[in-house]
Write a protein that binds this ligand. Sequence first.
Ligand code: ZN
Ligand code: ZN
Length: 478
Amino acid sequence: MTTTLITGGTVVSATGRVLADVLVDGERIVAVLAPGSQLLGSDLTASVDAVIDATGKYVIPGGIDAHTHMQLPFGGTSASDTFETGTRAAAWGGTTTIVDFAVQRTGERVQDGLAHWHELAAGNCAIDYGFHQIVGGVDADALAALPGLIDEGITSFKMFMAYPGVFYADDAQILRAMQVAADTGLLTMMHAENGPVIDVLAEQLVEAGKTDPYFHGIARAWQAEEEATHRAIMLANLTGAPLYVVHVSAKQAVEQLATARDKGQNVFGETCPQYLYLSLEEQLGASSEQWGAFEGAKWVCSTPLRSRAEGHQDHMWQALRTNDLQMVSTDHCPFCMKGQKELGLGDFRAIPNGIGSVEHRMDLMYQGVVTGEITLERWVELTSTTPARMFGMYGQKGVIAPGADADIVIYDPNGHTSIGVDKTHHMNMDHSAWEGFEIDGHVDTVIARGKVVVDAGQYLGRAGDGRFVKRGLSQYLI
Ligand SMILES: [Zn+2]
Ligand SMILES: [Zn+2]
């Protein structure tokens, strides 16, 4: 076993920061020591195999991105990052675990969808990975399969109130699935947008000649998100199922979550960097020499980017501070402009939905520390500790403590990161949704289960380093 001592750094947790040395033995953290401790030998630095000097830097638990879609088939194409390219990009950005979504559709068996996702990921990942189960066809067979997921280490499943004819579940289906969740401890994840309403609005816009990407954001009105969020909360209340709402972007949806939480309901919400930084006006409404008004296609995702004039972005930051929202994931679902996004030239409904961010989440959220939106501790909590607790991995992941996997990022607050396709860009896509973003910090070293996978601008990992993580039940319920 290789022993490594990380010396001189500031170890940051969700609850505080402390100067400490971290001792790694093989794949695990075995001790967090007072700086220069002599307890385990007269000179520990002389007896370990490797010493990493983290003086002046933050030592944090590796990022956990609990919402990714590697190689997801969508809209006649597939997300452009494979498990290999996407997890490598994640590692570059300080994320050491992803939770991706296995997919079952109407007419398919849940077990087959899950087995297929295991095949796609096995042996290809640079970092550890788990799965949530998408249930795109909630029928008797799927309902019967849900309890068996827990033994497979899959303790959460996602349904969609949007995308009629693709993934859509109606209220009766949602009710039945939530009843199973309440009985078993599975966590229900919800894409909360009123899909049938959105589809009518989108059709009317296109008929009126309003076909540019901007109108994707108009069709997917905040009222459709608020309404679906409220309905999901009430169905969860009725059944007693815990509820986790994915990619929250409307401030009105946050208010629904906050109201339910104030009443003591087990209701949670995540947002994503795009809903904190980007907007309907600036990105979906963008135009360029190359693409004209179709430039906005780069930022077509669902839920959509919201109006800055309406103040959604500021409200998302506030909700992260007050714990009305608990986590930040990416909903990483990248598509190239060439050959993929351009399927929707002339009709925004045909633009594959998704933004690629898995590489930049830790940096983008750190910039929120720099600008005073969140504290350093909250940064760690939102990006690692809460994802671990929410999805049943805490202790193994999400913390720097004895016994935990040695998933560690050494982050330099005096470093700098310029995001752009010709700069830091390892995702498999021909543009960056984050082009031109400047970060006042830098991911220096990334250790995944004890192995240094990124250091000093070098990638040292390997496809197949990452293993499947069997998750337990949520550790976040009240
Ligand atoms: Zn979704
Ligand atoms: Zn998603």
